[in-house]
Ligand binder design. Sequence first.
Ligand code: NAD
Length: 257
Amino acid sequence: MSLKGKTAIITGSNSGIGLGVARELARAGADVVLNSFTDRDEDHALAAEIGREFGVTGRYIKADMSKGEECRALIEQAGACDILVNNAGIQHVEPIDTFPAATWDRIIAINLSSAFHTTATALPLMRKAGWGRIVNIASAHGLTASPFKSAYVAAKHGVVGFTKVTALETAEEPITANAICPGYVLTPLVEAQIPDQMKVHNMDRETVIREVMLTRQPSKQFATVEQLGGTAVFLCSEAAAQITGTTISVDGGWTAL
Ligand code: NAD
């Protein structure tokens, strides 16, 4: 499968799943635009390195996905957007009654509203190009819930709903919109949750991983960023041209329970 000549923008892609997805799209031939809110030499170097490794153009554009105008500027600055992967996301684990309101707002902005702003700006470019793929990285928490993750679960359910609306509004066009729902993937985001979970559940690290994190993942294995990237590449393929408005779980059986 070749995505040669396509430009893919992946939000929140200097780490974790976004980086894994960017690498797999580049491996499939797409020019990639990496993004995060920082503007360090190493961010630009990372994109250039992916470009060199896979013989594509690798660019990095700084934009803060908590700000609507920067989400829109990311797409505008890229100049083309055949593949849009809305991946940027943050997490906070705390009971509702003490959950800080500012953190709620930030999670909704980065994990949900950013996808609205990028999609709104990307759709005219996709329509002009006559082809488009939107891949939203939701979560098993876009389909199920867990305690102490109110903002995250609300945002991810929102992403799944937004994906369906995007698919319906583009249904007669050569554009698809789908959401990937990963279970646990060992990335910096998950690594950062471990101390919080240890505190909330009063458990040591290994017990939290086995009993809390992977308790709902029947495979008892973390999914990998390469598997997420491969799923995104599939959704960009011709075989997936009639797959739109749906979710694909990559969760080791979580949602089958
Ligand atoms: P991560 O922390 O490794 O990566 C998150 C990325 O988002 C980073 O590149 C970070 O720089 C970027 N980011 C954060 N705030 C940003 C902002 N304001 N503007 C721009 N970029 C910003 O986390 P990850 O695990 O790779 O998560 C990526 C996505 O996958 C998230 O949407 C997350 O909810 C989702 N997800 C992760 C898992 C998992 O187990 N890791 C499971 C399900 C869903």
